[in-house]
Write a protein that binds this ligand. Structure first.
Ligand code: TMP
Length: 322
């Protein structure tokens, strides 16, 4: 197989069957501190592949679009070929790792609600934290793609948190990567394994790569334990999370908007003389029983054109946040 890319812990090969796919091999290489600490740990690749397979299959069942296609022999899986976006998406429930260092917060502090952070994938700069606005201005992702990745990360957080809770484990944080397939759809990609998540038991013991980062234990024992615990879970008992999409429909620029004009006059009459123009539109709040996918957005855009808006006079916008 032709080697397309060699990363720190994975190799990507061309798939001999189809250009639509690649073969991802999880290697036994493990590193930390941007490659400062490096080792080969026998069996790690296979366990990371097993865990990723478990999570991708589970998330797919819950409606999350992922690149996973099929488990192959050894530590390989067939995946949809994607162009990875240059951003790492981290979701945190409890303060740990770089978050504690950055803000001087005590490890283990619970966050009021899940936090999504973006990091620029650039080894030379040690993958710095990047604001959503900076990522958009630098054309690393569009505003819509940022909102989309946040929405998927929050869905993944819900589904994994509930599953781990079934076996008395706590999902502290995790890192996701996303990629675009040949149709432009964004899929959850890369891996989800002990290398990319933090999981603690009720005593605060880690079962993830922190054991390696801090020289505190054997990661293959920890990853085997995670896999064993996950196999005891009941994924069917995890309820579907409700997602909400907002469709705003506004009159196009230059199109007269009598309701807006009436409102403007009323505002001025009431002493709000600074209003120079008021445009009135409508918002549809659409509740869904499944995570948001590129396919669903496409469907909704067609629906907008047919049902929710008048494309000649109105412009529409699908949003994941109000
Ligand atoms: P952090 O606290 O070091 O920023 O890590 C947050 C989460 O991201 C944690 O679950 C570990 C994961 N992670 C990776 O998967 N790859 C990385 O290179 C780093 C730094 C963290």
């Amino acid at each position: 197989m032709e080697l397309l890319h060699k990363g720190k812990a994975k190799k990507i090969f061309a798939d001999s069957k189809s250009k639509k796919y690649v073969v991802i091999e999880f290697t036994d290489n493990v590193s930390a501190g941007n490659g400062k600490k490096k080792d080969i740990i026998k069996g790690k690749g296979n366990l990371a592949c097993d865990l990723s397979e478990f999570f991708f299959r589970y998330l797919k069942k819950k409606g999350v679009d992922t690149h996973f296609v099929k488990r192959l022999d050894g530590s390989q899986m067939r995946c949809t070929k994607v162009e990875i976006l240059p951003l790492e998406v981290v979701c945190r429930n409890v303060a740990a790792g770089s978050f504690c260092k950055r803000y001087g917060i005590k490890k283990g502090t619970e966050l009021a609600s899940p936090l999504i952070e973006f990091f620029l994938k650039e080894d030379k700069l040690h993958d710095p934290l990047i604001s959503e606005d900076a990522a958009i201005r630098l054309n690393l992702a569009s505003e819509f793609e940022i909102a989309f990745m946040k929405s998927v990360a929050l869905s993944v957080n819900y589904y994994l948190t509930v599953l781990f809770t079934q076996v008395n484990l706590t999902l502290i944080d995790f890192k996701l990567e996303f990629g675009k397939n040949s149709d432009g759809a964004i899929l959850l990609a890369d891996e989800i394994s002990g290398d990319t998540i933090r999981v603690w038991n009720s005593k605060g013991q880690s079962f993830d790569k922190d054991l390696y980062r801090k020289d505190e234990g054997d990661i293959t024992t920890a990853y085997s334990f995670l896999l064993e615990k996950l196999n005891e879970t009941k994924p069917n008992k995890v309820l579907q999370r409700e997602e909400v999409l907002y469709v705003s429909v506004m009159p196009k620029d230059g199109i007269k908007n009598p309701p807006g004009e009436v409102t403007k006059k009323a505002l001025i009459r009431l002493g709000f003389g600074d209003a120079t123009e008021v445009r009135m539109g409508k918002i549809f709040e659409i509740h869904l029983s499944k995570p948001i996918t590129s396919g669903l957005i496409e469907q909704l855009t067609l629906m907008n054109l047919k049902l929710l808006s008048n494309p000649i006079a109105e412009k529409h916008n699908v949003r994941m946040e109000m």
